[in-house]
Design a protein around this ligand. Structure first.
Ligand code: PGA
Length: 263
C-alpha cells in the first residue's frame, strides 16, 4: 500500500483525481470502478474540471459502480444512480451505455448480481477501483463479517451504516436496509485500487485498516492482501497512523529509486 497524506480535503481530491486521470490517459478504454458517498464528490469535481479544461477524454471509458440501495428506483434522489449522474456522468463525455450501476428496483436482484459480475469479467476486469471507507471499515457495502471471497450480492446494512447514511434521507426509517454490492472478492480482482478518506471521523478506522491485523470484521483490511493499492488521506483521517513519517518519506523520496536503478 502506498499512503499519501495530504493537507486537506481539497488536496486529497486533487491528488486522487490526478491518479485517475493518469490511468485514463494511459488506457483510453479504462474500466473504472466508481464509488459514491461524500468522500469522492471533490474528486469527481476535479475530474470534471480536468475534462473541461484539459480535455480528459472519457469517450471510451467504461464504469462500474460498487453498489446501490435495494428498492430505490434509478431516478430516486437518494439512489446512487442519481448521485453518479449528478456528480460526474452528466458533466463528462462518457457514453451512457458504458455506465454500469446496479439497478435497485430490479425484479430479480440475484440474477442481476450474477449478470453484473459477468459483465465485469466479459469486459476484461476493472482496471482501477475507487473506494471510500465506512466508519465501520466497510468497502462498498461489505459490512463487518463479509467474506473476503464474496461476490456481487444482496447485503443487509448494519445499524451504524444506516445511521451514517440517514443524513441524506428525510428520516432514518427511509434508509433502505439492504443493498446490492460488489463483494470483497470482486474488489480484490481490480488491477489497481485507490482508496480515499477524509476527516477525523475516519481516523480510527484508517489506522485499523492500514496498520492493524487483517480481519473480515473490518473489510477494508482485505486491501492489505492486494498488490497495488493507493491510499490518499487528508491529515485528519491520517491523524491516528503510527508510521506517518515513513509514508511521507517514501512519498518525498520516490525519485531515489530511479537514481538507485540508474546506478
Ligand atoms: P462517505 O461514505 O464517503 O459518505 O463517508 C463512505 C462509505 O460508506 O463507503
Amino acid at each position: 500500500m502506498e499512503i499519501t497524506i495530504t493537507e486537506n480535503y481539497e488536496e486529497m481530491s486533487k491528488v486522487s483525481a490526478q491518479i485517475i486521470a493518469e490511468e485514463i490517459r494511459k488506457k483510453h478504454n479504462l474500466l473504472l470502478g466508481l464509488a459514491t458517498g461524500d468522500t469522492p464528490i471533490g474528486t469527481y469535481k476535479e475530474l470534471v474540471r480536468i475534462h473541461k479544461e484539459e480535455g480528459l477524454d472519457f469517450s471510451k471509458v467504461k464504469s462500474f459502480n460498487l453498489d446501490e440501495y435495494l428498492g430505490l428506483a434509478p431516478l430516486h434522489k437518494n439512489s446512487y444512480n442519481y448521485f453518479m449522474w449528478d456528480n460526474l456522468v452528466k458533466h463528462i463525455n462518457i457514453n451512457p451505455e458504458n455506465v454500469y450501476i446496479p439497478q435497485g428496483n430490479i425484479n430479480d436482484p440475484e440474477q442481476f448480481c450474477r449478470w453484473y459480475e459477468e459483465q465485469i469479467r466479459k469486459l476484461g476486469g476493472i482496471d482501477l477501483q475507487i473506494l471510500g471507507i465506512g466508519s465501520d471499515g466497510h468497502i462498498a457495502f461489505n459490512e463487518p463479517g463479509s467474506s473476503f471471497a464474496s461476490r456481487t450480492r444482496i447485503k443487509a446494512l448494519v445499524e451504524q451504516t444506516i445511521e451514517d447514511n440517514s443524513r441524506f434521507f428525510d428520516k432514518i426509517e427511509d434508509v433502505p436496509r439492504f443493498a446490492i454490492t460488489m463483494g470483497v472478492g470482486t474488489i480484490l480482482e481490480a488491477k489497481k485500487i485507490l482508496l480515499i478518506a477524509n476527516g477525523k471521523k475516519k481516523a480510527d478506522v484508517c489506522a485499523k485498516f492500514i496498520e492493524g491485523p487483517v480481519t473480515s470484521q473490518i473489510t477494508a483490511t482485505a486491501l492489505q492482501l492486494h498488490s497495488y493499492v493507493n491510499v490518499v488521506l487528508d491529515k485528519d483521517a491520517a491523524s491516528k497512523l503510527k508510521r506517518t513519517d515513513y509514508y511521507n518519506w517514501v512519498r518525498d523520496n520516490k525519485h531515489l529509486v530511479q537514481k538507485e536503478i540508474g546506478r
